[in-house]
Ligand binder design. Structure first.
Ligand code: F6R
Length: 369
């Protein structure tokens, strides 16, 4: 069942190229236009949407956070990320012109179920991005866009996360096309780049995994880690920290890199391991700011573990460890940059002798509020 891997998490990390490819498959017609058969919401309604609210918990919410950057850029519609349990019990502003997007691997998360019911009561249509066929969220939503990640067994989510992000890109491009912000040839161009992502994920597994695993084992005695990212690297930093908390039971915190000087830099001390997700050098305004952050924390003694594009030599001077990812458009980078963070967390927990597939106190599906 584990396909020759020691743990389900290991297997599922290696399933990720297929999870992305399978989520893309069959959703683009011969004219290069996106067709979402599961989209049972009237296109006229989708054209009139003036706000998107993403409802989710945990890792699924971080996928939604990535979606915000892509959908706002492509569709020029405001996107808000709402943790389901926070959304439900305050007076959130929802109307018939709000599209609610619920993201859930299990489709059974009670917080998310309650939140979508609440959104529907206020006239919002609900589109579910779900991995489990026939689950409660899939049944209750107006439309479903399934992620085809296959069953996820390990409690810590990995391949479902990549599939959720992929589905969000499809949704964003679909809406952009429908609302006239993108033409079929532009969409086709993005889709072609998305189609390259499974091979790029595979490259990371082939070329970077063993070094990242060794680093996880080496740092197994540490009790605190920071993760910094900017733009789409920010939710990836949050996800990297969550994986480490869940699996290795150590303090790990993700920050927006720009927030560093507003407080968190006070935490930096000699030897503290800090992961930094570096944006592509082809976006110098973003890249150079994160590069300065690395210099600032290095000067204060941090051990810097840098995730950077191949060929980005500017990081070499300030990185104690460099993890490479293939060059890729900024918006799609999370599909790559998160992979080493998953591997690192699993390796560190493995070195501590912990149960990677069944971390303490956690359940795969949280069916109570
Ligand atoms: C993290 C993790 C949880 C889930 C969250 C939502 O590794 O597994 O944070 O992502 O409980 O679960 P679903 O996606 O099933 O709604």
């Amino acid at each position: 069942v584990k396909g020759g891997y020691e743990t389900f998490m290991d297997k599922e990390i290696h399933d990720q190229p297929a999870a992305v490819a399978d989520t893309l498959r069959g959703r683009v017609d011969e004219r290069g236009e996106i067709q979402l058969d599961e989209m049972r919401i009237d296109p006229a309604v989708l054209r009139s949407v003036d706000k998107i609210i993403v409802i989710a918990c945990g890792t699924a919410a971080y996928a939604g956070h990535v979606a915000k950057y892509a959908i706002e850029h492509w569709c020029r519609v405001p996107v808000e990320i709402e943790l389901a349990h926070e959304f439900r019990y305050r007076d959130a502003v929802v109307s018939e012109k709000t599209l609610t997007v619920a993201i859930s691997q299990s489709g059974e998360t009670m917080d998310t179920i309650q939140a979508i019911r609440h959104a529907r009561e206020q006239g919002s249509r609900v589109l579910a991005i779900v991995n489990t066929y026939g689950s409660t969220i899939a049944r209750e939503a107006d439309a479903v866009l399934y992620t085809h990640a296959g069953p996820e067994v390990a409690v810590a989510s990995t391949k479902a996360f990549l599939a959720q992000i992929t589905a969000c890109y499809l949704l964003g491009l679909y809406l952009a096309q429908l609302r006239g912000h993108k033409w079929p040839d532009e969409v086709a161009d993005y889709l072609a780049k998305l189609g390259e992502m499974p091979d790029k994920v595979q490259w990371i597994l082939d070329e970077q995994e063993s070094a990242v695993r060794a680093l996880g084992a080496e740092l197994a005695d540490r009790s605190s880690f920071l993760f910094l990212g900017r733009h789409v690297g920010f939710p990836v930093a949050l996800e990297g920290a969550l994986k480490l908390k869940e699996l290795a039971y150590v303090h790990a915190e993700g920050f927006a890199a720009g927030e560093l000087k507003h407080g968190p830099i006070a935490l930096v001390e000699e030897g503290l391991p800090v992961f930094v997700i570096v944006p592509t050098p082809r976006r110098p305004t973003l890249h150079d700011k994160v590069l300065s952050n690395i210099q600032e924390i290095r000067a204060r003694g941090a051990r810097t573990i840098v995730v950077a594009e191949e060929g980005d030599d500017a990081v070499d001077a300030f990185a104690d460890h460099i993890i490479r990812i293939p060059a890729t458009p900024t918006l799609m980078a999370p599909l790559l940059t998160v992979v080493p963070l998953q591997i690192f967390a699993a390796a560190l927990a493995g070195a501590k002798g912990l149960d990677i597939d069944q971390p303490r106190n956690l359940a795969k599906s949280v069916t109570v509020e």
